[in-house]
Design a protein around this ligand. Structure first.
Ligand code: NAD
Length: 382
């Protein structure tokens, strides 16, 4: 029941945001109590490849969000980025004076774009400084950290959202809509492979203390999260098998390939593969009347969607309608701003991130103990 409500919320929110994009912009402004095109101020923490390369350039596509602050350990880089994006120098912080953002009214929301082991600390410090938080996926290195992040934001009365951009991505939203509309009949199974061939063996993603795990934390989480939003169900059990060449210098600390099966209450089976030694980005939904396929499924650009019969010999490529934002990132950034303005909960809040991390912990345990692990309604292992 909870799942059904949550999933219809995803679609409803997508629809509501899309409607906003199409011209009923007054609706949210009214709910927010005025300020027709009010933009909330974001400070981005971590100027790495995702923060600097993907998030910061997206504010120009936003309706309700703007970049007002930067937090970085590299003052020269921060100064350069600030100059490029019109961020005043007084709004540049480092990791030591970060807590003083509490005195800066320009900053409404902090976007945590740091290695996973730093997510909890920088989310909790932001909440204590009185700021709302967008935190990148995976939410944290453990479910205990996720719980502490949720508690800190709740205690501070601040919103917490996880950077699950695919919930704002048109191809994924259209696949969900068609699956829910019964276009492929009764869903039988879900399949997804996510991975890439990792290069640099010194990267933080391969250090367990910083990443919390290997490909599953980074890429497999897309397959896991998609299994939940595509089926609209929550898994009741997992079974996993890991295959890692420990002699490969990349994989001394974390896993390479991990395959996991998910059992859903309706009988739908989810079958996922996560890897750091081969590139794949694919989602398949098989119903008794047809298939929905996405490849690439969760990429930054160029996602493609096909709908067809079960044999795959009449697959038609479908062009999805526009999503809630000009881009998936703009939709994501503006969603949190709108939730703050309207005092609503984000469709992918802390509980969503926590749920994935609990399931990931069960997947790791299943692979270690070579047995099926049952999950309770809150995704805790039972
Ligand atoms: P990155 O290594 O490129 O950047 C990390 C940033 O953290 C850098 O600015 C670095 O200077 C800073 N940092 C501070 N202390 C550090 C330390 N001790 N070690 C290493 N870096 C340190 O990483 P990224 O690819 O930008 O990833 C950042 C976050 O974004 C991660 O949580 C990642 O999972 C997430 N991410 C999400 C997506 C997505 O599509 N949603 C895509 C890529 C990354």
């Amino acid at each position: 029941m909870i799942d059904k409500n949550r999933r219809s919320l995803v679609l409803a929110a997508g629809g509501a945001l899309a409607a906003g994009t199409m011209g009923s912009a007054g609706a949210w402004a009214q709910a927010a109590g005025g300020g027709a095109e009010r933009k909330l101020g974001y400070a981005v923490v971590g100027l790495g490849s995702y923060g600097l390369g993907m998030i910061i350039p997206q504010f120009k596509n936003c309706k309700n969000s703007r970049l007002v602050g930067l937090v970085s350990g590299d003052p020269a880089k921060a100064k350069r980025v600030a100059a490029e994006y019109g961020v005043p120098e007084k709004n540049i912080y480092n990791y030591q004076n970060y807590d003083s953002i509490r005195d800066n009214p320009d900053i409404d929301i902090v976007y945590v774009c740091l290695p996973v082991s730093m997510h909890a600390e920088y989310t909790i410090r932001a909440a204590k400084a009185g700021k709302h938080v967008m935190c990148e996926k995976p939410m944290a290195v453990s479910s205990a950290e996720c719980e502490a992040m949720i508690a800190a934001c709740r205690q501070a009365g601040k919103k917490l959202m996880i950077g699950y951009r695919c919930h704002f991505e048109p191809t994924n939203l259209e696949a969900i809509r068609r699956a829910r509309a019964g276009e492929i009949g009764k869903l039988r199974y879900f399949r997804s492979e996510h991975g890439f061939n990792f290069g640099n063996p010194d990267a933080w993603r391969l250090k367990k203390a910083m990443s919390g795990g290997g490909s599953l934390m980074d890429m497999g989480i897309y397959a896991l999260n998609a299994s939940r939003y595509m089926t609209g169900e929550e898994p009741v059990a997992v079974y996993a098998v890991e295959s890692t060449d420990k002699k490969d210098p990349r994989f001394r600390e974390v896993e390479d390939r991990i395959a996991f099966e998910l059992e859903f209450p309706s009988g739908v089976i989810g079958s996922c593969m996560s890897m750091y030694s081969a590139a794949q980005n694919h989602i398949l939904l098989m119903g008794d009347k047809g298939r929905i396929e996405l490849e690439p499924a969760t990429a930054y650009h160029g996602n493609k969607l096909w709908v067809g019969n079960g044999h795959g010999d009449d697959k038609n490529e479908v062009t999805p309608p526009p999503g809630p934002g000009a881009t998936q990132w703009a939709g994501q950034l503006d969603h949190l701003s709108q939730c703050v303005l309207q005092n609503r909960e984000p469709i992918v809040g802390g509980e969503e991130g926590l749920r994935d991390i609990r399931i990931i912990e069960a997947i790791y345990r299943s692979a270690r103990e070579k047995r099926r692990i049952a999950l309770g309604p809150d995704a805790r292992m039972v």
